[in-house]
Design a protein around this ligand. Structure first.
Ligand SMILES: *[C@@H]1O[C@H](CO)[C@@H](O)[C@H](O)[C@H]1NC(C)=O
Length: 233
């Protein structure tokens, strides 16, 4: 009993003054320094990548529009065939697992609009999906860190920006370009499907666009495929 009492203060006393008063201010300034250096480095990297984003893109907007038009002229309103045609040709042009041919359709809820989607490709800088609805939908576009190109394969999409009194009308075969940073309300009165291509910074879009856990999961799996991890198929 007495030996324990003697031991415990001698063991603890030299340790406690060293750790508590000295270390805590050092670690907080150290953390701040590391944090500010990290922020500066990340900003520099983001700035550099932002000006070189073009290099990372594997799809071209003019080719996707041309492909959509050829798919429609070949298969008309047989949208299932249009989709298969598009996926098939892209997969031939970009071999090596870049294009997902496994049509895993899932629901996606974003900005109050509900639709179904099939992910053709996803990476940090691009995604390509077929998005649409068989019954119509309406919602908020979201304000995104990427340019969005909506190639209408079937039906018509309407949209407007606040302050406009007339709708923008996007019929079959047209492209609705939602510029990076702009917001719109959009609507598909009836069945409408599109080849949706986004290019820019994709990860921030996932918070809005793919609020569904399953959709984010699927996007990330596809994204992993792009980064060399390769998805199931
Ligand atoms: C698809 O159907 C719509 C509505 O019936 C029609 O206006 C359009 O011309 C059709 N498109 C093609 C490519 O057949």
């Amino acid at each position: 009993m007495p030996s324990r009492k003697k031991n415990s203060p001698t063991q603890t006393s030299p340790r406690t003054p060293r750790t508590s008063p000295r270390k805590s201010p050092r670690t907080s300034t150290g953390t701040l320094t590391i944090l500010s250096i990290s922020i500066a480095l990340i900003s520099a990297v983001v700035y550099f990548l932002n000006s070189h984003l073009e290099r990372f893109y594997i799809f071209s907007t003019s080719e996707l529009h041309d492909l959509s038009l050829r798919a429609i002229s070949t298969h008309g309103n047989d949208t299932a065939a249009v989709v298969t045609f598009i996926a098939g040709e892209l997969s031939e042009k970009l071999p090596g697992g870049y294009v997902n041919l496994d049509q895993e359709w899932i629901f996606n809820n974003a900005g109050g609009a509900m639709g179904a989607m099939y992910i053709l490709h996803a990476s940090v800088t691009e995604y390509l999906i077929i998005f649409g609805t068989a019954v119509g939908t309406e919602g908020h576009s979201g304000r995104h860190t990427a340019d969005d190109y909506f190639h209408i394969l079937k039906g018509t999409q309407l949209a407007y920006t606040p302050g406009s009194f007339e709708p923008e009308v996007y019929p079959q075969g047209s492209v609705h370009h939602l510029e990076r940073g702009t917001v719109k309300q959009y609507k598909m009165d009836e069945a409408c499907f599109a080849l949706e291509y986004a290019r820019g910074w994709i990860p921030p879009m996932l918070f809005f666009g793919f609020a569904d856990v399953s959709a984010v999961h699927l996007m990330c799996r596809r994204c992993g495929g792009r980064l060399g991890l390769r998805a199931n198929k």
